[in-house]
Design a protein. Structure first.
Length: 337
């Protein structure tokens, strides 16, 4: 073997040995410079080949290139197998800002219930509450649903005992309030209600705000006036309402109350099914039969009552199409309010 080929071979062997023993970035870099740098051993050897007799140059040139490639490859492999910073424990940067605990907020249904109550508080109503587990007497009997009356079927009741049930509406609070107070009575009663019902607009648990006003000389005009003021306050100023004849055992006459469609303003669209109106609540003049249960004199007082579907009101106000969104607890939905 010629002298220069031997030198190339020696340099390569030394380089590979040094790389095999290198255990950190600094040593690897030193080895690279020592053999492959501009003044490195292999670089100098390759440069010196020009002075060889022409016949020896090709073989020596190939040997030098092969040696450089082999050392460069070994250097790259050694770099790759150094213990990486990424695999160690993450460095703790104590100067980074801390992660703030997430802040919750009121649920959209609770907020809507408060907003509704506020509208009536401004009109002089006070708040009354009643139990969610209710007796047959308050939920039906004293509200003029006699036993076996077909009107009981209007509401699919969830029973928890013989004469004990989950209230199907907040109307029992009417009776409880009148039992405890002499007229005048002006109350709203917010709360949870339950029915065996489950689709895109009905949930087995939902919320209502009941309203009751019993005083001297109350007429249906008062009912319409109060609800007109409510619609303007809760939805937007000037929101029109309309009363449609309806039936409830505890009101006479009874009226379903619609508001002008919040989307199209009454011109007709998909939301209002081209009618221009959206159903919002049930209402009516307190049926005098109720006064018999609570000891009021129907010749002295009269009153109106209404029951607002809170979930429905929230869906209309915020354009929510599926009632399940309200009760699934999906934070991506709830954070929007
Ligand atoms: N309780 C009725 C319902 O849940 C609503 C209502 C309340 C109707 C008060 C008239 C008066 O459907």
């Amino acid at each position: 073997m010629s002298d220069v080929l031997q030198k190339i071979e020696d340099a390569k062997r030394d380089a590979l040995e040094a790389l095999a023993g290198a255990c950190d970035l600094g040593v690897l870099e030193k080895v690279r410079i020592e053999f492959l740098g501009t003044r490195g051993r292999l670089t100098e050897l390759a440069r010196s080949l020009g002075s060889l007799p022409p016949a020896e140059r090709p073989a020596a040139g190939q040997a030098a290139n092969r040696a450089k490639a082999e050392v460069a490859g070994a250097h790259k492999a050694a770099l790759g197998s150094l213990p990486s910073k990424k695999t160690g424990p993450p460095a703790l940067d104590v100067t980074l800002p801390g992660r703030a605990p997430g802040r919750g907020h009121e649920h959209v249904v609770g907020r809507t219930m408060d907003e509704i109550c506020q509208c009536f508080a401004k009109l002089g109503f006070s708040i009354a509450l009643g139990p969610e587990v209710e007796t047959d007497y308050y939920n039906f009997e004293a509200l003029n649903f006699p036993a076996d009356h077909p009107a009981r079927d209007m509401q699919d009741t969830l029973f928890v005992g013989d004469k004990l049930l989950l209230r199907t509406h907040t109307s029992p609070v009417q009776i409880r309030t009148m039992e405890k107070n002499r007229p005048p009575v002006w109350i709203v009663a917010p709360g949870k209600t339950y029915r065996r019902d489950d689709d895109v607009t009905h949930s087995p648990m939902f919320c209502q705000v009941e309203g009751l006003a019993v005083d001297k000389g109350i007429t249906m005009a008062d009912l319409k006036g109060v609800l007109t003021a409510f619609a303007a306050d809760f939805f937007s100023p000037g929101t029109k309402i309309r009363l449609r004849p309806s039936f409830f055992p505890f009101t006479e006459p009874s009226a379903e109350v619609d508001i002008a469609c919040v989307l199209c303003g009454g011109r007709g669209c998909r939301l209002c099914k081209e009618t221009g109106w959206l159903e919002l609540l049930g209402s009516g003049m307190v049926d005098p039969a109720l006064y018999g249960f609570v000891g009021y004199d129907p010749s002295e007082v009269s009153g109106f009552a209404f029951g607002i579907g809170v979930d429905r009101a929230a869906m209309l106000k915020y354009g929510i199409s599926n009632i399940r969104h309200l009760y699934e607890g999906d934070l991506r939905f709830l954070r929007q309010f």
